[in-house]
Write a protein that binds this ligand. Structure first.
Ligand SMILES: Cc1cc2nc3c(=O)[nH]c(=O)nc-3n(C[C@H](O)[C@H](O)[C@H](O)COP(=O)(O)OP(=O)(O)OC[C@H]3O[C@@H](n4cnc5c(N)ncnc54)[C@H](O)[C@@H]3O)c2cc1C
Length: 234
């Protein structure tokens, strides 16, 4: 039965084929594979706070109610010894208002905030939510590592080249996972994230204030739970 989904302000609605609440990475993998079998789309939403139509779908919609929590163990067995930091590993559906006290308890804090704290980490990272201040980047600048479920239900860890994950340890973990049938196999692709994007800042005065290669990520590493929203299978 189709139910109507609404954003926070009620100016955006849609009627997804089904609304689900995945509770694990495996559930997200199943969701994407099911969408492909049924030749529809899968989209994970956050806290419904976007005013635009970015979260709308007629396909399978996943709510993040069970993809949230405090800080996860930072070292998943693959953290590089010289990774630097401080970092935190967090589930993508964690609302900022749950993340902030968890960071505080660990002696950490976000360097900047927008004007609200109900949004989820994946929501603010994927829409470039920002606060004020020319020297502070938007939320995606804080993300140094992401586990993402992509087409085919493949789980990919995405990081800048030379990221926080030890590639050799990650390959070993992947081989171990391969010996457990039914578990998704993590794969790693190294990518630079938008290294040149800041060159697009038009105002020369503003550009002078911005770091040449983008601000160094300082606090937050996002954990599993992102899904490839809205991508139609081939
Ligand atoms: C009261 C209020 C104050 C605000 N203040 C600010 C502000 O100060 N600065 C600012 O820049 N913006 C602000 N915003 C806008 C808001 O921060 C963004 O719209 C943000 O994206 C909302 O996050 P959300 O968790 O609600 O995500 P949603 O709106 O639910 O989703 C946003 C997008 O993220 C995607 N997404 C969410 N979770 C996942 C996931 N797990 N995997 C894959 N994709 C995912 C969705 O598919 C969608 O495309 C404000 C909004 C409100 C309502």
């Amino acid at each position: 039965v189709r139910r109507t989904w609404r954003n926070h302000t009620g100016n955006q609605t849609c009627r997804p084929q089904e609304i689900r609440e995945p509770a694990s990475l495996e559930d997200l993998v199943d969701l994407v594979r099911r969408a492909e079998r049924e030749r529809t789309t899968a989209r994970v939403v956050g806290a419904h706070n976007s005013w635009s139509d970015v979260a709308l779908t007629e396909g399978l919609l996943a709510e993040p109610a069970r993809l949230r929590g405090g800080l996860l163990p930072l070292d998943d067995g693959c953290l590089r010894e010289d990774a630097g930091g401080p970092f935190a590993r967090v589930l993508a559906g964690t609302p900022l208002r749950q993340l902030n006290p968890a960071l505080d308890a660990a002696g950490l804090a976000l360097p900047n905030m927008g004007g609200y704290d109900a949004q989820t980490l994946a929501g603010v990272a994927s829409t470039s939510t920002h606060g004020s201040g020319m020297r502070f980047g938007p939320f995606p600048d804080l993300v140094v590592s992401m586990d993402v479920v992509i087409a085919g239900g493949e789980v990919v860890r995405v990081e800048p080249a030379g990221g926080i994950t030890d590639a050799a340890a990650f390959s070993r973990a992947r081989r171990r996972a391969a010996s457990h049938p039914g578990r998704p196999l993590p794969r790693r692709r190294l990518r630079h994230w938008v290294p040149g994007a800041r060159a697009f800042a038009r105002d020369p005065g503003s550009r002078q204030l911005l770091p040449r290669r983008g601000p160094r990520a300082r606090h937050v590493g996002a954990g599993a739970g992102l899904a490839d929203g809205g991508r139609r299978p081939r």
